[in-house]
Design a protein around this ligand. Structure first.
Ligand SMILES: *Cc1c(COP(=O)(O)O)cnc(C)c1O
Length: 495
């Protein structure tokens, strides 16, 4: 299978696409066609466990990996690293509403599903596509990718990893998870700005020819662990296919096998993976794209106009505080019939004016499959409280956004297709907001760890070990740079 850039004709095999992370023209790698899973394939997948399903799906995309390489990567990623029997269990919280819990991994957020696997994929890819090079993984994080990538890459031979996070844009637990990270190949740095600033900074460094030449001279090469890397996307396709198989086996899909999928969305990576699952043959009827108060995607889906010239809000669901949703570029490429010229023009317009508009018929195609809506701070609180009181289920702030949008969609549209709702983080990662939502009279202690204990007592759920142990770990990373200081930080770290 060939991969190409959304903005031009940079062709690559899968290993090269993963090793590079982003195409040289600034575009994102996309598969030139979708591998198809027929009815018989899906029946066969349903009989396998999670790892078996992952191996099958990866083998359709990573066509220059051997079956043994894929098996080794998958087994290393998903053996003993997630709590429970499967990395992605489903919980039916209300009739027809199935939460896909993606946070039972080492950092308590859905990013683990991809980032436990990506270091293994990258190591194999580098061996094939960039032998003898040390990979320098650059990460911009809205909170959860940073720790998940650090946990995946710490100590991995042949890699170094640098994580940039928005100084005031992550939760206390998210920050501590990153700043306590051990490992002599890791660096963590705060950026004075928001996630979009950090992500734009990283993308500019990728595109900087001088920097690339400097690295090349030292036998180093940049790569990405953000969802712009195709290697992040494939593992995410797996859990949608797998969830559908589980529902199908349990007799919980619609009569014709259909489901809907609702995703709390920021950078558009998670929901795009569901779209890929559909294009492979999983009968997904509608995608419900849920945003927080930063509702740029809702507006885009409704109007066809993407306009980031608006206020940026810091919310209780920080991993979705994003105004430049990178992976939307991939969806536009697919929906426009692989029209790389138009995609390049829209992205240039976004860069220079902060805005672009897609043609009416593309907007219509988008709305045929995607429903967009958003949920503000009060709705998020109310949803966490209601789900806890009425359904006995504790969810985090991000998941609550999707639950609320999905619930309203079902009521307003009358579409009662069973729905898979991506549950993207443990509620303990966002304990202050979750606790005050389920127990509004509570006077919140300023001590984050006391809050974890308190949330555990009020909810009856156990504090995840990975969060409890942060209390005893020393803070190792205290660097902070202005937006213009990211390049300098990288140079210093690399020597
Ligand atoms: C990253 C993240 C999201 C947003 O996912 P995208 O793939 O960026 O759309 C939602 N919820 C949580 C908890 C996250 O960490």
């Amino acid at each position: 299978m060939k991969y190409t850039s959304t903005r031009g004709r940079c062709e690559a095999e899968s290993a090269a696409a993963i090793a590079r992370g982003i195409a040289a023209d600034g575009g994102l790698y996309v598969p030139e066609e979708f591998p198809r899973l027929g009815a018989a394939d899906l029946d066969r997948l349903a009989e396998l466990d999670y790892r078996g399903r992952a191996k099958e799906i990866l083998s359709r995309y990573l066509t220059d990996f051997t079956p043994e390489e894929i098996a080794r990567c998958v087994d290393a990623a998903y053996t003993g690293t997630f709590d429970g029997d499967t990395p992605a269990p489903l919980v039916e919280v209300a009739p027809g509403m199935h939460l896909l819990e993606l946070w039972h991994g080492p950092t308590c957020a859905f990013k683990d599903l991809a980032l436990q696997l990506l270091p293994h994929l990258l190591t194999v890819s580098a061996r094939k596509a960039a032998p003898d090079k040390t990979l320098v993984i650059l990460v911009a994080t809205s909170g959860d990718t940073g720790k998940a990538a650090l946990a995946g890459f710490a100590g991995v031979e042949g890699t170094r990893i640098i994580v940039f996070y928005p100084r005031d844009g992550v939760s206390e637990m998210q920050k501590l998870q990153m700043t306590t990270q051990r490992g002599n190949n890791v660096a963590v740095c705060a950026v004075d700005g928001n996630f979009d600033d950090a992500q734009s900074g990283v993308k500019a460094i990728f595109a900087d020819g001088t920097m690339r030449a400097e690295l090349d001279a030292k036998n180093l090469a940049f790569s990405s662990a953000n969802s712009i890397n195709f290697g992040r996307l494939v593992p995410q396709i797996v859990y949608y296919v797998s969830a559908w198989c589980d529902l199908r086996k349990a007799g919980k899909c619609a009569a014709d096998g259909a489901v809907n999928v609702a995703v709390p969305t920021g950078n558009f990576g998670n929901i795009l993976a569901a779209y890929y699952a559909k294009r492979m043959g999983v009968p997904i009827r509608r995608f419900i794209c849920a945003s927080n108060r930063n509702s740029i995607l809702t507006d885009f889906i409704r109007s066809g106009v993407y306009d980031r010239n608006r206020e940026f809000y810091t919310t209780s669901s920080p991993s979705m505080d994003i105004l430049i949703s990178s992976n939307l570029e991939r969806l536009l490429w697919h929906l426009s019939g692989n029209d790389c010229r138009s995609v390049a023009a829209w992205m240039e317009s976004l860069r220079s004016t902060g805005r672009y508009e897609v043609p009416a018929e593309l907007g219509k195609r988008l709305r045929d499959e995607f429903h967009g809506d958003w949920c503000g701070e009060e709705g998020t609180r109310a949803t966490i409280g209601r789900l806890f009181r009425e359904n006995g289920y504790l969810c985090d702030t991000h998941t609550a956004v999707a639950v609320d949008v999905c619930t309203r969609y079902r009521a307003e549209s009358g579409d009662d297709t069973p729905c898979i709702v991506a549950s993207t983080a443990s509620p303990f990662k966002f304990a202050p907001a979750v606790l005050s939502a389920i127990s509004p009279e509570e006077k919140l202690s300023a001590d984050g760890f006391a809050l974890l204990e308190r949330l555990s007592r009020v909810s009856g759920a156990a504090v995840p070990k990975a969060l409890a142990e942060l209390r005893s770990l020393p803070v190792l990373h205290r660097s902070s740079v202005p937006r213009t200081g990211m390049e300098g930080f990288i140079r210093e770290f690399l020597g």
